[in-house]
Design a protein around this ligand. Structure first.
Ligand code: ATP
Length: 358
């Protein structure tokens, strides 16, 4: 099979880490599998040059290809008049209807976690962040009245909730359950005790759950959940939640498994899908050759899994597992780890170790 991939580096460390994921996929070609990469420009630096951060040609390319590999977008010094940063990656999620933000939280052997893990316990769960509504429905549409008042609105719809909840149950069915007890479990995280919008999210979750009697359900409030994922992350299998809560909980989860450099993600809709690291453009380390490429390489592995399911292609599905195994094997050697995960490797050396393991 031959897959066309849109390659969008974006800003800061985005182009650096995307180049590494492309190198891994390039090295893995063969066995009838081929990728071609078509570059598109998006981001704050592009906006500075041209006045546009998400040109129409880039969106059209995203619609034309088989999948999208995205680095990061946004720079702290490039802002709209209202003080907000440019966020073309969020606009793309809305435009392409990439409603399921899938963010695996997995601790790889050898990678230091700030948690004191009991012997034999593992962290391996998936966060499903609703990507197209919630508080982010307010994007560009909130209001500020003079210098005294600003308002953003949180939107929960039945359709938007049901489709991401279904994705969460299907994800649980495809996994081996929570590492702590092997139980397939979907945890709905909200603030249903205080807000009608979140009570409605929970109601739709519970109604939808009836179609998945083989998967156990679990409920948690977001404030307590931030404690649970620190105290006993091995209890979790799949977690589903509103956009803003998902944004925050996924960074917290990434911190428990080595930091943002270890957090891959896939923004998945019914038709299109975009894969990018959970981290942003990290301008503090851009251009230094020290960014951790693993989140992006694991995002590329997620892309292979999605392509395999879309095209019923066992070769690209197998590549997804091979990349995951290669990452796990490479990271057991401290010389392959970048400095954010306790090593001294450069971005390039870390990728070389993954390719070697492949
Ligand atoms: P955004 O809101 O766009 O997600 P952010 O404000 O959360 O961005 P990031 O750009 O994600 O910020 O980075 C936060 C910090 O985490 C960076 O300053 C950097 O030190 C660290 N970091 C992020 N990604 C990586 C990486 N791949 N390798 C090493 N360190 C990273």
């Amino acid at each position: 099979m031959h897959y066309r991939i849109a390659q969008i580096g974006g800003d800061g460390i985005g182009p650096e880490v995307i180049a590494e994921a492309v190198r891994v996929l390039g090295a893995a070609q063969g066995d009838g599998l081929r990728f071609t990469f078509e570059e598109a420009e998006v981001g704050a630096a592009l906006f500075q040059r041209t006045g546009e951060d998400l040109p129409r040609e880039s969106v059209e390319l995203c619609r034309a290809v088989d999948a999208i590999l995205f680095g990061a977008a946004g720079l702290p010094d490039v802002r709209h008049a209202d003080g907000t940063e440019l966020t073309p990656q969020i606009t793309l999620r809305m435009v392409l209807d990439l409603y399921a933000g899938m963010r695996p939280i997995k601790l790889y052997p050898g990678v230091p976690s700030p948690l004191a893990m009991p012997e034999g316990q593992k962290i391996d769960y998936v966060i499903l962040r609703e990507n197209t509504e919630g508080l982010f429905a307010s994007l560009g549409g909130g209001s500020k009245v003079g210098e005294e008042l600003a308002v953003d609105t949180l939107v929960i719809t039945r359709k938007g909730t049901e489709r991401v909840v279904r994705r969460a149950f299907e994800t649980s069915r495809s996994r081996g359950g929570a590492p702590g007890d092997g139980v397939k479990r979907v945890t709905c995280v909200d603030k249903a005790n205080v807000f009608r919008s979140y009570a409605f999210f929970r109601q739709v979750f519970q109604e939808t759950a009836r179609d998945y009697p083989d998967v156990r359900t679990d409920l948690a409030y977001i404030d307590a959940m931030t404690m649970y994922v620190v105290q006993a992350p091995w209890r979790y299998d799949v977690v589903v939640l509103e956009n803003m809560f998902g944004d925050i909980l996924s960074d917290l989860g990434a911190a428990t498994v080595g930091g943002l450099g270890m957090g891959p993600s896939g923004d998945i809709g019914d038709r299109y899908a975009l894969f990018q690291p959970s981290h942003g453009s990290a301008p503090d380390i851009a251009g230094k050759g020290v960014a951790n490429p693993i989140a992006t390489i694991l995002s590329a592995a997620m892309m292979c899994r999605w392509l395999g399911a879309q095209h019923r292609d066992p070769v690209v599905t197998r590549l997804s597992d091979r990349i995951d195994t290669a990452v796990a094997r490479a990271l057991t050697d401290p010389r392959a780890r970048t400095r954010d995960i306790g090593g001294t490797a450069t971005t390039r050396c870390c990728t070389d170790a993954v390719i070697e393991a492949l």
